[in-house]
Design a protein around this ligand. Structure first.
Ligand code: PLP
Length: 434
């Protein structure tokens, strides 16, 4: 663990006080919503200088916006990174990060245990539209990652705690492989959140998020982010990452991101080139709502995690349930990794369980649950439930579904912050139908 990036204050304090703080002019404690597309220049020299990245400043909200910048600062501080770039959604953050690092024809290696939407993005659109080839590898066998790396490989991608199965990645093992190959390790930290796990402390280089989930926490705002850990040595691997390391690449004459913005090079490049050209910027209203949610992130996460432990224990004893995939239970093969990488060995509020009655039983359970809302989201204050095989993972083949932990009888729950006993009672009555 790197001492230099350990937080100086407790996470609960950071959740409230991180970011720019109160407005120095008005004294307002709540972040202002800058619902403005563009910003007035002082004069022609000022305009030319901010366009040329010679002076920091706001030009146009596709690239930077003060409310979004406040969220970026808050996210970077909570993750222990040096900067962040917010996007319209979590999947947009993958596209943003990859677009800075990859050229057409490049390759990357990812685990098979990924959110279904990410797996589809990697398998379909990234390959078809951008020519980026994904090699998928079982996360329990990090050595297989090595075998897939070649001179065109530009990054490794894992989820710290996977959606939906709750598989916990051995982040340090992946960080070592990435380092020896001279490529960055990108960790999707959506399900764990920095309250449970801070991947930079274990050697990750970039962290991506769907802020749609636990950060906003109330199911009201879409968003994503790429957080720059600031420690990857881009110049050491200069030929692999031309946008970061070649003067003028990305269209800024006289600028080399890795040299000229050495403090937070990826965060600057991903705004100045990525957001500028791809335009998946986050809206200020969503940034505002997400910041409100973040202030209570630790309180909510604690309740999500404690509830999930109780509910998973109940389900693992129920006769209609064949198995429970939850790293917070001692019987889980990922329990040891949870103890190492997650605060208190908690495993967030998301997990799956497999019903003995298969596909039909799973649909009956979803139909009869009353407190668990049937919808396709996670990380909300309310408890949520879905049948992945017929919804989020429906586009996959049966083999791919099973590899992703979404076989026919599998149900995914995102445990909310309600009273655990009420949730257990609801599941008990719904299971009687399954
Ligand atoms: N990463 C993970 C782990 C997710 O669970 C999700 C969505 O469920 C995403 C990324 C994509 O996020 P978004 O829906 O905000 O694009």
């Amino acid at each position: 663990m790197k001492d230099s990036i350990m937080p100086k204050q407790g996470f609960e304090t950071l959740a409230v006080h991180s970011g720019p703080g109160h407005d120095p002019v008005t004294g307002a404690t709540s972040p202002a919503i800058h619902q403005s597309s563009s910003y007035v220049f002082r004069d022609s020299q000022h305009a030319a200088d901010v366009f040329a990245l010679k002076e920091p400043g706001y030009i146009y909200s596709r690239v930077t916006n003060p409310t979004v910048a406040a969220l970026e600062q808050k996210l970077a501080e909570l993750e222990g990174g040096v900067g962040a770039t917010c996007t319209a959604s979590g999947l947009a953050s993958n596209l943003l990060a990859f677009s800075v690092l990859m050229d057409a024809g490049d390759e990357f290696v990812a685990t098979t245990k990924l959110y279904g939407g990410t797996a589809g993005q990697f398998r379909d659109t990234f390959q078809r539209s951008y020519g980026w080839k994904c090699h998928s590898v079982d996360p329990t066998r990090p050595e297989e990652f090595k075998a897939k790396i070649n001179e065109r490989t530009k990054l490794l991608f894992i989820e710290s705690l996977s959606n939906p199965e709750g598989v916990i990645a051995d982040i340090e093992a992946y960080a070592r492989i990435a380092e020896s190959a001279g490529i960055p390790l990108i960790v999707d930290n959506t399900v764990a959140t920095p309250y449970l796990c801070r991947p930079f402390e274990f050697g990750a280089d970039l962290v991506v998020h769907s802020t749609t989930k636990y950060f906003s926490g109330h199911g009201q705002a879409m968003g994503g982010a790429v957080v720059d850990g600031g420690s990857f040595d881009w110049m050491k691997h200069a030929s692999k990452f031309p946008v970061m390391t070649t003067e003028g690449n990305g269209g800024y004459r006289g600028t080399t991101f890795a040299k000229d913005f050495a403090g937070m090079p990826f965060a600057i490049a991903s705004h100045a080139v990525g957001l500028r050209d791809l335009g998946m910027n986050q809206q200020p209203m969503n940034a505002y709502l997400t910041m409100l949610g973040m202030e209570t992130l630790p309180l909510r996460m604690k309740q999500h995690c404690e509830n999930a432990v109780k509910i998973a224990a109940f389900l693992s004893q129920h006769k209609a349930v064949k198995s429970v995939s939850f790293a917070g239970l001692p019987a889980s093969p990922y329990y040891g990794l949870a103890q190492k990488y997650m605060r208190n060995g908690w495993a967030s509020g998301l997990f799956t369980f497999d019903l003995a009655g298969g596909y039909d039983a799973a649909l009956k359970l979803v139909k009869n649950a009353k407190l668990f809302t049937h919808l396709a989201n996670i990380g909300d204050t309310r408890s949520l439930m879905i049948h992945p095989a017929s919804t989020t993972h429906a586009q996959m083949t049966d083999v791919q579904k099973t590899a992703a932990g979404c076989g026919p009888g599998v149900v995914r729950v995102s445990v909310g912050i309600e009273t655990a006993e009420d949730l257990i009672e609801d599941l008990n009555q719904a299971l009687a139908h399954a």
